[in-house]
Design a protein around this ligand. Structure first.
Ligand code: COA
Ligand code: AMP
Length: 625
C-alpha cells in the first residue's frame, strides 16, 4: 500500500489513532486525554480536554528552540518601496507588546476583535496578539465596503476594532478611516475603541473618545504572555459568502486548527522548518489566514508578506523578483494571478531575468484552474504545479497532491485526491453515491477532520441549515464535480448563488439585493459570466419600473456605483444590461443558469418550463451588443 493510501485509510478507519499521532506536532500546555468527542453529533469536538496557545506554537516555541534569529516574516511591499525582515524574536516581542495594548483596553479571553487592515506586518501581529490572549479575531478584507464591514461588526460584536490609516492599491492610496467610521455609524453594535495604525502615506483623523493611536499605545504598553485556552475555544471568525445574501461567520478552533495546519506543511507542501514559504494572497481570505500566517509560522518557516500585485507592481516580473530576492521555496497563489502574468508576458520572457532555482513547487487554489494556465506555468517554471481544492469552511485542503507523502501524476484540471480525514463522496439528488466519473454534489461524511469549522459563530442552527441539512450525516461543500476511476477529484462548478471572481468568493444574491434597492429597478438578476482573467465576472440584468424618466446610462452608472459602495470594489461589478423582461419558469423562478450559458456563448437547452421562449432571443441580442 502506498504512503498516501496508508495515511488516508488509517485516518478514516481509526481517526482517533491517526490524529492523536499527528497532534504530537503541537506543544500542549495540558495534553488531551480524548481525541474526538462525538457526544453532541453532528457537532464534533477535537481534542476537547487539551489546552494550548496557538501564538506560543507559532512564535515563542521557535524562539526557545533555536530559531530566534531566523526571519519569521519578510515584508515585501513594492507599493511603498519597503522590504523589512522580522525575526522570530522580534515577532515575539512585537506580538507580546501589542497583546499588552489589547489587554490595556480590557480585551481578554473570548472577546472578539475585528481587524480591517492592509497587508502590513501589523495585521499579522494583531492576529497573533489576539491568539496570545485568547481573544477571537475576525479579519475583514480591505476591499470590502463600509456596509459589508458593518454587517460583520453586528455579527461579531467586537470589543475593539484594529485598522490602519490606509491601504495602497498599486499607486492609489485608499483611506480606511472614512470606511471604518461609516461602518461604525451604520452598525447597531458599537466597539469600545478603535486602534489605528498610522501609515506615512496618509494620516487618519482620530476621533476623540473612540480612536487610539496604535504607535503611541504600543510605546506605552507592557508585554503580555500567552494564556492557555481550550483546544475547542475559538481562535477566529472569518466571514464568507454563502448560499444566501448574508455572510456566514465560519468559526475556527485552536487545537484542531494548529494540528491540521502543522501536518499540512510537511505532508501536503513538502516544506521544512526554516524554508521560505510565500502565499501571495491577502490576510483577509482564508488562504491568507492559513498559509500567510498560521501554517508557515506553526512550522517554523519564514513567511513572505507581499503588499503588491502579480502585475503592475511594477510589471509581470514582480513574482519572479520576490522569489529570487528572498529565496522562496514554495509559491502558493490563485490561478487568476498566473492568468494576469501570462496576459502581460505570454512567452514568460521575464522569468529568464531571475534566478528561480530555490523554487521547488507552485500550488494553486481559490478557483478551478484551467488546464491551459497549469500547462503554461509548468512549462515556463519547469517545476511541479499542484492544484488543490479547499474552502473557508475547511481551512485547509480537502483534496491535493500531497507531495510530502507521495506525489501522484498531475492531471490538468483535477485537484488530485482527498486528504486524510476527508471522507469525500459524490452524491446524487437522493443522497446515493454515484459511480466513478459521474457528476454529482460533493459532500463530506461527518465528522470533518481537525481544522474544519466546528460550527458557525454563535449560530449552530445556521450551521445545520447551511451545510448539514441537505444529506443526513454529510457536510455539503456546495461544489459539483466527480471522482474518476483513479480516485482523482474534479471540481467543476459551484452550486447556489456563489461566484468566484479572481479567486474571491462573492454572493450574486447580495449584489441583487443592492440592485433591487435602486428606486428605478423593478426586477433584477446577477449572473457570473466566464472571464478570461478573473475566471468569472458579475453581470447585472435589470428590468426598470415603467415610466422611469432617467436615461439608461445614468441608471447603469448608479447601479455600478451602488455595488462598489455597498459591497466593495473587489466585486468587480462593471456591467449592467437593461432588459424588457427576464426569462422565468411558469412558477416565476428566474432562469439564471440559462442566461449564464447565453452570456458565455454556450449552447443551451430551452427549459421546458419557460413561460416565454422569445425572450431568450432578446437576451442573446443584448449580450451580443
Ligand atoms: N483594498 C481596497 N481595494 C481593493 C483591495 C483592498 N485590499 N483589494 C482589491 N481592491 C480593489 C482593486 O483596486 C480593484 O479596484 P478597481 O476596480 O478600482 O480597479 C478591485 O478591488 C478588484 O481588485 P482585484 O480583484 O485585485 O483585481 P485587479 O483588476 O486589481 O487585479 C488580479 C487582477 C488578477 C491581478 C488580482 O485579482 C490578483 O492578484 N488576484 C490574486 C487572487 C488572490 O489573491 N486571491 C485570494 C484567494 S487565493
Ligand atoms: P473560499 O471559501 O473563498 O476559499 O472559496 C471556496 C470555493 O472556491 C470552493 O468551494 C470552490 O468553489 C472554489 N475553489 C477553491 N479551490 C478550488 C480548486 N482548486 N478547484 C476548483 N474550485 C476551487
Amino acid at each position: 500500500m502506498s504512503n498516501y493510501q496508508k495515511a488516508y485509510q488509517s485516518s478514516l478507519e481509526n481517526p482517533e489513532v491517526y490524529w492523536k499521532a499527528v497532534a504530537q506536532g503541537i506543544d500542549w500546555d495540558e495534553p488531551f486525554t480524548q481525541v474526538l468527542d462525538d457526544e453532541k453529533a453532528p457537532f464534533y469536538k477535537w481534542f476537547p480536554d487539551g489546552k494550548l496557545n496557538t501564538c506560543f506554537n507559532a512564535i515563542d516555541r521557535h524562539v526557545e528552540n533555536g530559531r530566534a534569529d531566523q526571519n519569521a516574516i519578510i515584508y515585501d511591499s513594492p507599493v511603498t518601496n519597503t522590504i523589512k525582515n522580522i525575526t522570530y524574536r522580534e515577532l515575539r516581542d512585537l506580538t507580546a507588546n501589542f497583546a499588552g495594548v489589547l489587554s490595556e483596553q480590557g480585551v481578554g479571553k473570548g472577546d472578539t476583535v475585528i481587524i480591517y487592515m492592509p497587508m502590513i506586518p501589523e495585521a499579522v501581529i494583531a492576529m497573533l496578539a489576539c491568539a496570545r490572549i485568547g481573544a477571537v479575531h475576525s479579519v475583514v478584507f480591505g476591499g470590502f465596503a463600509a456596509n459589508e464591514l458593518a454587517t460583520r461588526i453586528d455579527d461579531a460584536m467586537p470589543k475593539v476594532i484594529l485598522s490602519a490609516s490606509c491601504g495602497i492599491e498599486v499607486n492609489r492610496v485608499i483611506e480606511y478611516k472614512p470606511l471604518l467610521d461609516a461602518a461604525i455609524l451604520t452598525a447597531r453594535h458599537k466597539p469600545e475603541a478603535c486602534i489605528i495604525f498610522q501609515r506615512p502615506q496618509c494620516k487618519a483623523n482620530l476621533v476623540k473618545g473612540q480612536d487610539i493611536d496604535w504607535q503611541k499605545a504600543s510605546a506605552a504598553a507592557k508585554a503580555v504572555d500567552c494564556v492557555s485556552v481550550k483546544a475547542t475555544d475559538p481562535l477566529y471568525i472569518l466571514y464568507t459568502s454563502g448560499t444566501t445574501g448574508t455572510p456566514k461567520g465560519v468559526m475556527r478552533d485552536n487545537g484542531g486548527h494548529a494540528v491540521a495546519l502543522k501536518w499540512s506543511m510537511s505532508n501536503i507542501y513538502n516544506i521544512n522548518p526554516g524554508d521560505v514559504y510565500w502565499c501571495a494572497s491577502d490576510v483577509g481570505w482564508v488562504v491568507g489566514h492559513s498559509y500567510i500566517v498560521y501554517g508557515p509560522l506553526l512550522h517554523g518557516c519564514t513567511t513572505v508578506l507581499y503588499e503588491g500585485k502579480p502585475v503592475g507592481t511594477p510589471d509581470a516580473g514582480a513574482f519572479w523578483r520576490v522569489i529570487e530576492q528572498h529565496k522562496v521555496n514554495l509559491l502558493f497563489t490563485a490561478p487568476t494571478a498566473f492568468r494576469a502574468i501570462k496576459r502581460d508576458d505570454p512567452d514568460g520572457k521575464r522569468i529568464n531575468d531571475y534566478d528561480l532555482s530555490t523554487l521547488k513547487t507552485l500550488f494553486l487554489a481559490g478557483e478551478r484552474c484551467d488546464p491551459t494556465t497549469i500547462e503554461w506555468a509548468e512549462t515556463k517554471l519547469n517545476i511541479p504545479v499542484i492544484d488543490h481544492w479547499w474552502q473557508t469552511e475547511t481551512g485547509w485542503a480537502i483534496s491535493a497532491n500531497c507531495i510530502g507523502l507521495e506525489k501522484f501524476p498531475v492531471k490538468h484540471g483535477s485537484a488530485s485526491r482527498p486528504m486524510p480525514g476527508y471522507n469525500l463522496q459524490v452524491l446524487d439528488e437522493l443522497g446515493n453515491e454515484v459511480a466513478a466519473g459521474v457528476m454529482g454534489k460533493m459532500a463530506l461524511k461527518l465528522p470533518l477532520p481537525p481544522g474544519c469549522l466546528p460550527t458557525l459563530w454563535k449560530n449552530d442552527q445556521g450551521y445545520i441549515d447551511a451545510y448539514l441539512s441537505v444529506y443526513n450525516g454529510y457536510y455539503i461543500t456546495w461544489d459539483a464535480g466527480y471522482i474518476d476511476e483513479d480516485g482523482d477529484v474534479w471540481v467543476m462548478s459551484r452550486l447556489g448563488d456563489v461566484i468566484n471572481v479572481a479567486g474571491h468568493r462573492l454572493s450574486t444574491g447580495a449584489m441583487e439585493q443592492v440592485l433591487a434597492a435602486h428606486p428605478d429597478v423593478a426586477e433584477c438578476a446577477v449572473i457570473g459570466a466566464n472571464d478570461e482573467l478573473k475566471g468569472q465576472i458579475p453581470i447585472g440584468l435589470v428590468i426598470l419600473n415603467s415610466g422611469v424618466s432617467n436615461d439608461h446610462e445614468t441608471i447603469i452608472k448608479e447601479l455600478i456605483a451602488r455595488v462598489r459602495n455597498e459591497i466593495g470594489p473587489v466585486a468587480a461589478f462593471k456591467k449592467v444590461l437593461i432588459l424588457n423582461r427576464l426569462p422565468k419558469t411558469r412558477s416565476g423562478k428566474i432562469l439564471r443558469g440559462t442566461m449564464k450559458k447565453i452570456a458565455d456563448g454556450e449552447t443551451y437547452k430551452t427549459p421546458a418550463t419557460i413561460d416565454d421562449v422569445s425572450i431568450l432571443d432578446e437576451i442573446t441580442t443584448a449580450f451580443q451588443k
